[in-house]
Design a protein around this ligand. Structure first.
Ligand code: ADP
Length: 435
């Protein structure tokens, strides 16, 4: 059963009960008011008659009392009257003659000149009873009319209020994983539904973004993996085409080995990124001494630099605070940046690693005198698979910097780059220090 029907049923039942109670109360209240009114009037008239008879009767005997009663009765309004009885209960006078079918009455006694009389004062209730009956008929008629009007109104309002829900339902049915760009229609009433729709649209946008990234990632990944696999296959095919010397086989095998190694590292990078995307990358957090870490990788970087005929320098402040992080992941960041610096710096250049502290943050800079990065590429080098110039990338697949950024952000840090084409680049990583 729809919410609308439930609402209307509940609301109508409650409304019917309250309307009926209200009508019954109105009727009972009016009836008792009208009846009280008549009884009070009668009591007052009875008092009046008693006083009148006592004061006005000058003679004695029944005849005088009858006469005074007649006089009193002439002052009574139409629809009311009086009857007088003597001690034995014999009717002495009844004014006016005859009595209506429905009436209220009050009785009283009075003794005058030693004689006892009983009187009855009455008033017709025909008129008031008719009015009460009319009121009852009106109420009985109006209650269902009001009920029908309000149920219809409730039904109409419900339909109006729930129309956006139907529209949202219809729009939501159209959304599929292939097309998450659909947005729900937002009702502009500043109400719960508007907020619900806005929240849904926000969620859809985020899902759309993720789906887009996923598609891009899959496309890029398959493209990047296809190249080394194709190279491996063609190298093997060429080698097998005819009989070759041992040194030729060796050369082919070592090419295959190189490509396979690159493939392995590309796959590992992809796995890392996929894990980071799904929020599963588990950093083993510990208190890390950055200086120790830097000294650790120094021999490896020095070797790399000297192979490329570069000058490598390490400058580090002595009193560095420790940082809270994953030692292996941070080491990876440093190696990615230093490896790039070496890769993109021509022979006889210089690569410098600087570590300093500023305002509770540890700043790591990798500064080179390499080819630099053009302005329009600066933001994009951190994108997945982005390479400024594939020919010069020296075997990478364009994932290093995106992995570095993932790790740095996972440590609540920042990574950025400044560069001037032709004169060098500075990659800067800022990490929060402990305490
Ligand atoms: P890869 O090094 O595998 O190509 P990265 O994500 O590490 O991928 O780097 C992306 C691109 O950014 C590189 O291909 C290169 O064009 C540019 N780049 C990175 N570091 C430097 C640098 N120190 N000097 C000049 N260009 C750089």
């Amino acid at each position: 059963m729809s919410i609308r029907i439930r609402l209307v049923v509940w609301y109508s039942s409650l409304f019917a009960v309250s309307l009926a109670s209200f009508a019954i109360l109105v009727w009972l209240g009016t009836r008792s008011l009208v009846r009280d009114d008549i009884n009070t009037w009668l009591a007052r008239q009875a008092d009046g008659l008693e006083q009148f008879l006592k004061k006005e009767t000058h003679g004695t005997g029944e005849a005088a009392v009858i006469e005074e009663t007649r006089e009193f009765s002439s002052g009574l309004p139409v629809g009311s009257g009086v009857r007088l009885f003597n001690r034995e209960g014999r009717l002495l006078i009844s004014r006016p003659e005859g009595q209506p079918g429905v009436y209220s009455e009050v009785t009283g006694e009075v003794s005058i000149g030693g004689e006892h009389f009983r009187f009855e004062l009455w008033r017709s209730t025909a008129e008031s009873e008719t009015a009460l009956n009319d009121l009852r008929s009106v109420l009985i008629l109006l209650v269902p009319v009001f009920l029908v009007i309000s149920v219809a109104g409730g039904w109409f309002l419900g339909r109006h209020a729930f129309r956006p829900v139907d529209e949202i339902t219809a729009a939501a049915r159209k959304i599929s994983l292939e097309d998450l760009s659909v947005q729900l229609p937002v009702p502009r009433h500043r109400d719960e539904l508007q907020r619900l729709c806005e929240a849904w649209n926000g969620m859809l946008r985020r899902l759309d973004n993720s789906a887009r990234q996923l598609r891009q990632f899959t496309a890029d990944a398959s493209h990047e993996l296809r190249t080394p696999v194709a190279l491996i296959r063609t190298t093997a095919e060429l080698a097998l085409r005819k009989e070759r010397s041992e040194s030729e086989y060796r050369a082919s095998l070592s090419r295959i080995q190189e490509e396979a190694e690159e493939l392995t590292s590309a796959i590992e990078s992809l796995m890392d990124l996929a894990r980071a995307d799904s929020g599963q990358s588990e950093f083993v957090m510990d208190s890390v001494d950055i200086r120790e870490l830097v000294e650790d990788i120094r021999p490896q970087v020095e070797l790399l630099a000297s192979e490329s005929n570069l000058d490598f320098k390490l400058r580090s402040e002595t009193n560095l605070p420790r940082i809270w992080g994953d030692r292996k992941a941070l080491r990876r960041v440093l190696l990615i940046l230093l490896d790039n610096a070496v890769k993109f710096t021509p022979a006889a250049g210089r690569v410098e690693l600087r570590v300093s502290v500023e305002g509770g943050e540890v700043i790591i800079e990798v500064d080179d005198t390499g080819i630099g990065i053009a302005n329009q590429d600066l933001v994009r080098v951190f994108d997945r698979f982005y390479q400024v110039d594939q020919a010069r990338s020296g075997g990478g697949v364009g994932l290093g910097l995106s992995i570095a950024r993932c790790i740095v952000q996972g440590h609540k840090g920042r990574i950025g780059v400044e560069s001037k084409p032709g004169s060098g680049s500075i990659f800067r990583v800022v990490l929060p220090a402990v305490g």
